[in-house]
Structures are given as C-alpha cells and as structure tokens.
Write a protein of this length. Structure first.
Length: 367
C-alpha cells in the first residue's frame, strides 16, 4: 500500500512538472513572437500614430461593452458556480427591446416632428429602461425555469447543458418572432451614427463618434456603480456572502434563492444596457447579435479571473483593445480579430487558468 501511495504521488508530481514545462514553453514562445513583431513594427512601421490611436479608441468602446457583459458572467458564477452561456442571448433581447422602443417613439408624431427628435434624451432613457427591463425579466425567468430546478442535481453537467439549451431556445424564439433579417437601429439625432468630432494630428485625423463616446462613458459609469453597489449595499454584501460560503450564509439568515434571482436580475440589467448600447453604436443586428459578444465576454471574464468584478472590467477593456489593435500588430487580416480573442482564451487557460486577478467575488472586501 505504501509503495502504491508513493508511486501515485510521484506520478502526480511528474504530471505537475510536465504542465509547468508546457506553460513555460508556450509562454516563452508567445513572448518571443511578440518581441519579434514589436521589432518589425519599429523598424518597418506599417501604420502611423493616427491609426494606432483610432484602433485604441475602437478597442475602448467595444471593450466597455464586453466588460458589462463579462460582469454578468462573474456575478452568476460567484453566486452559483455556473457559467450562464445564455447570457449573450439576454443581451440580444435587450437589444431588440431597445430597437422596438426607438421604432415606436419614431412613429409617435408630435406636431411636425416625432417624439424621438422632439425629446431625444428622454427617448434614449426610455429605450434603456425598456431594454434593461426586458433583459432583467428574461434573466429572472431563466433562473427560475432553467437553473433553479437543477441546482442540486447529482449530474454536475446538468446546469451547463440547460444553459446551452436555453441559449438555443432563446435564439430560435427570437428568430421566429422577429425574423432572421438584419435590422437597423434608428438613433435620435443627437446620437446619429457617423457624427462626431474630427481631431487633426500630424499625420492624419482621428474621428471620435458621438455613439462611441456615449457608449464608453455609460459603460464606465455602470461599471463603477455596480462595483459600489456590490461593496456598499446590503444586497451586495449578501451576494458576496453567498459567494464565499452558501451554507454559512443560509445559517446567517440570508435567503440564497432570492439572492440568486436578484443576481440574475442585476446581470440581466447590465446585459440589456450593453445590448442597447451595441445597437446604438453598431446599427445592424439580428437574433445572433449576442452570440459572439457573449463568448468574448466570457473570455474577458476568464482573462480577468472568473468571479472577480474588477477583473471582469479590466478583462473586457483589455480584450477590446487587443482585438482592435491585434490584427495590425500581428500583420493579419482585420477579419481575423475573432481568432485573436479566442487565442487569448486558450493562452490564459494554459498559462494562468485563474486569470490575471486571482481574488474572487467573496474576498474583494470583508463582508
């Protein structure tokens, strides 16, 4: 028996050494390639500073939306240890709700104008209220129907399978109800796509769009508000308590089922806001609009450390910037930006599975 135990321990040590060696090889390979590309760009520059700043601007805007969606993944995982793969579809429903709200307000005639142009700020507020409400309700019912009955299932993969099934169901239902053709957001005049400011620089001009500034500023405000909410409010402390130890939280009088539902509602709110922002900024969308952003937001959550709210924020911004700057840096076609995002996911899982920030939701501050 002693010999078998010793042999098993030795095999484990050998396995750990092999994994560490693989990480070193992959890490050195990636670092060497990055150094090589940096030297190439310095010695033979392909783009001027204006282009790099434009890439950075685009990355920050997209990264803010990724971050909002990634926070939803992190919140749900922190409370339920569940990856909600239907989260991107919750964003899609918010996008559709905002679209139909703008359509209705555009058709509402007020004198010689319509509501959307007569009261543009109020129209934007209403669209966000409707979009986030739709996503919050969807998140609430998703937790009730698809996840809660399986919470204590002896089959560990049951909630994950349910998440994938819920995602397919929501996408198919949206296709049947709204059609498969792409739709275009009708923005109020103050957020007309393409309008903005032209900033001249030495070797060109940077275009700062109004929709981009609006999306980035709103994303930052929502991220800061969410962080303060989780840290300072009673519900936020309950979320962190359940994340740290569900059984102890129940003994302390916390209704864990209610906390789980409220967590899905909060994550739905953020996804809905991201959905409306996505429509306002990008314009075109259909029932698949939440698929790629949802998967990339999951990548951002893993990059920052799943279960870590500041990590999800940072991961989203980093991924957006890398996805935007990456093709130019690597010298590849810009249509391959999705490959870069998923390559980052693979590298993070190999080199640092716990993410860049290892603290989880429950240990960010003492409850």
């Amino acid at each position: 028996m002693a010999f078998n135990l010793f042999s098993s321990s030795k095999k484990k040590q050998t396995g750990v050494r092999r994994i560490n060696l693989l990480r070193i090889i992959v890490g050195l390979g990636a670092l060497s390639f990055l150094i090589y590309r940096t030297i190439i760009l310095i010695t033979r520059p392909t783009y001027g500073s204006v282009f790099w700043l434009s890439f950075l601007n685009t990355g920050l805007i997209v990264g803010g939306m990724y971050a909002l969606i990634a926070i939803g993944y992190t919140l749900v995982y922190g409370v339920m240890a569940l990856i909600n793969f239907a989260h991107g579809d919750i964003m899609m429903l918010g996008c559709f709700a905002g679209f139909f709200t703008f359509e209705a307000l555009d058709a509402w005639q007020i004198g010689e104008s319509n509501f959307m142009n007569a009261w543009p700020i109020l129209a934007i507020v209403i669209a966000f209220l409707v979009g986030t409400s739709a996503s919050m309700l969807s998140g609430f019912f998703l937790e009730k129907i698809a996840y809660r009955p399986l919470r204590n299932s002896p089959v560990r993969l049951a909630p994950l399978i349910s998440a994938v099934g819920a995602s397919i169901f929501i996408e198919t239902a949206a296709q049947l109800m709204f059609g498969a053709t792409k739709k275009t957001y009708k923005n109020p005049g103050i957020l007309a796509r393409g309008s903005g400011w032209n900033i001249e620089m030495g070797d060109g001009m940077i275009v700062i769009t109004k929709t981009g500034v609006f999306s980035l500023v709103l994303a930052l405000i929502l991220m800061i508000a969410l962080y303060l909410f989780v840290q300072k409010t009673k519900l936020g402390k309950s979320i962190r308590a359940v994340s740290q130890d569900k059984n102890t939280a129940q003994l302390m009088g916390i209704n864990t089922d209610r906390v789980a539902s409220q967590t899905f509602i909060i994550s739905g709110f953020l996804a809905g806001a991201a959905g409306v922002m996505w429509g306002i900024h990008n314009g075109l969308f259909n029932h698949y609009v939440g698929f790629l952003p949802g998967i990339k937001a999951f990548t951002a959550a893993v990059l920052g450390g799943i279960g870590n709210i500041p990590g999800a924020m940072a991961g989203g911004m980093i991924l957006g910037i890398v996805e935007s700057v990456g093709p130019a840096f690597l010298g590849i076609d810009f249509q391959l930006k999705d490959v870069i995002a998923f390559s980052i996911l693979i590298l993070v899982l190999i080199l640092k599975p716990s993410g860049l920030f290892t603290r989880n939701l429950s240990t960010q501050e003492k409850v």
